[in-house]
Design a protein around this ligand. Structure first.
Ligand code: FRU
Length: 510
């Protein structure tokens, strides 16, 4: 992001909370997502502190409670029992004399290594970046450092550690976004930190004292911009027979469709050092679309699940999005798995199964013969503006078009000649609010199967598309004058689409 402008002033806790209660709770404003997390009002960016604890998924997020542009950062807070419905809670962390509260993570300190709780009542510990505007304005380079805060009441209230900062800055401008996990094999906490053009790994026995383990990345992966918001975790492969480590790193700018995007590496981690499996020039993206940034995974999730969630925006135009009372949303939560394709290992993503809690009116359309155009749903079909469309297409040219009566539409499909998927949002409504808003978005096809399985989730101002079982993913925002609710499939030659279904989704706010 560009930290070139600064707004001052942080409201008192009481003032903020009273106003939040008075905020519009209908979530009915133009463009307001109905199946995605958004704050009640004002600006949000990165998800932070994602931790599962006692049946609840905590979601903190970069929040500026004064305006709908970026400003002095707080941690907003919400919880969910099912990853779909969210309850907004009071702001968890406010800026203090050490600085603004930038991105970071949270863990359950089960062994009470920090001493903030007890083994009987393990504390939650948040690890985040302090950003000192005073130091930055004074022309210093050491203005970002890491702090911790803890909660002994299951995340309701947070106390900042009096020994902050726990990791000081040695004079590097970009030194931020700690993601912490417990490494069982070496019985210690590991922090992955974004440092300008690489990540650093740090180790600790108590979350308070940190020592450097290693560096990774200055000669690997994409480097079109600064590295931010990393994550590192182990996943299984080959039905559990193999284990691999996956490192996620967001990058801004330098994404495949311009601006912000998130790349990943698959490799090994020995408790100190990460070693990637593949060659340094091979770049893999979690999501090729322009609107999924700064995403990481929940810690402490039940079973072996790796659940990812990103900020559904792009720093190139995030502050200009044409929304009024709030600005910013999260992607849908996604389960991530590993899969082998052509002797290489890739991350695949799919929307969490919990989405079923808001599903209604499923239309199983079976197989469809498409001779140029087939209409699946028009405005007569109870105006479907939040839905999941699934289908299996031949790997030939096709487009799914979702439109409204103003002839505004998005087109999503496959270009077989170019071997790539596309989203065309050029006629989707307001596309002129920023010159940086790309209208044609592409993703390479990584699979070579004869059939393309596609799952597309549409909300009032976003579409998330998962091709080839989530091997190629694209997330894109759009801003029509009225919701898009007519769906048709187009193909240049007669073709058959199998297993096509349309599932309407209920608003999560009603
Ligand atoms: C990523 C980011 C982080 C930083 C935060 C500030 O979007 O730039 O690196 O911690 O946003 O809000």
């Amino acid at each position: 992001m560009v930290l070139a402008f600064f707004l001052t002033g942080c409201r008192s806790q009481e003032h903020q909370q009273n106003e939040s209660l008075a905020a519009d709770s209908t979530f009915g404003q133009k463009h307001r997502p109905q199946i995605h997390f958004t704050p009640k009002e004002k600006w949000m960016n990165d998800p932070n502190g994602m931790v599962y604890h006692k049946g609840q998924y905590h979601l903190f997020y970069q929040y500026y409670p004064e305006d709908i542009v970026w400003g002095p950062m707080h941690w907003g807070h919400a919880v969910s029992k099912d990853l779909i419905h969210w309850t907004h809670l009071p702001i968890a962390l406010y800026p203090d004399s050490l600085g603004l509260i930038f991105s970071g993570s949270a863990v359950v300190d089960k062994l009470n290594t920090s001493g903030f709780g007890s083994k009987k009542n393990p504390p939650l510990v948040a690890v985040y970046t302090y950003h000192s505007q005073e130091k930055e304005k004074a022309g210093r380079t050491d203005y970002q450092y890491q702090g911790i805060a803890y909660s002994t009441d299951d995340g309701n209230t947070w106390i900042k550690y009096e020994g902050n900062p726990v990791l000081k800055n040695q004079g590097i401008k970009d030194f931020r976004d700690p993601k912490v996990f417990y490494h069982n094999e070496s019985s210690k906490w590991v922090m992955i930190l974004a440092v300008k053009d690489h990540v650093e790994l740090w180790g600790s026995s108590n979350l308070k004292a940190w020592s450097k383990l290693s560096d990774f990345g200055s000669d690997y992966g994409a480097h079109g911009g600064v590295w931010e918001c990393p994550d590192l975790f182990e996943m299984t492969l080959d039905g559990g027979a193999t284990r691999k480590w996956v490192m996620i790193v967001s990058l801004n700018p330098g994404g495949p469709n311009g601006g912000s995007a998130t790349q990943y590496f698959v490799g090994e981690f020995d408790g100190a050092k990460f070693t990637p499996d593949t060659h340094s020039s091979k770049i893999k993206w979690i999501d090729y679309g322009p609107d999924n940034y700064a995403g990481v995974t929940w810690s402490n999730t039940p079973g072996d699940r790796k659940i990812f969630l990103g900020w559904m925006s792009n720093w190139s135009y995030a502050q200009e999005l044409p929304t009024m009372t709030w600005r910013g949303a999260a992607t849908l939560p996604r389960d991530m798995t590993l899969t082998r394709v052509n002797n290489d290992v890739f991350v695949t993503s799919s929307v969490v199964d919990e989405l079923v809690v808001i599903s209604e009116g499923k239309k199983e359309l079976g197989s469809l013969q498409v001779d140029k155009t087939v209409t699946l749903a028009d405005e007569g079909f109870e105006a479907v503006s939040q839905f999941v469309l699934r289908g299996t297409f031949k790997a030939e040219d096709f487009a799914v078009v979702v439109s409204n009566s103003k002839d505004q539409s998005i087109r999503v499909g496959y270009d077989s000649g170019a071997g790539r998927f596309f989203i065309d949002r050029g006629k989707s409504g307001n596309v002129t609010f920023s010159k940086q808003f790309p209208t044609e978005i592409f993703s390479p096809r990584l699979d070579s199967d004869d059939e393309i399985e596609m799952t597309m989730v549409l909300d009032h101002s976003s579409v998330e598309v998962f091709f080839d079982n989530g091997l190629s993913v694209m997330t894109s925002l759009f801003f029509p004058d009225e919701p898009l609710s007519s769906i048709s499939i187009h193909s240049s030659h007669p073709t058959k689409v199998a297993r096509i279904s349309l599932q309407k989704l209920r608003s999560i706010w009603k």
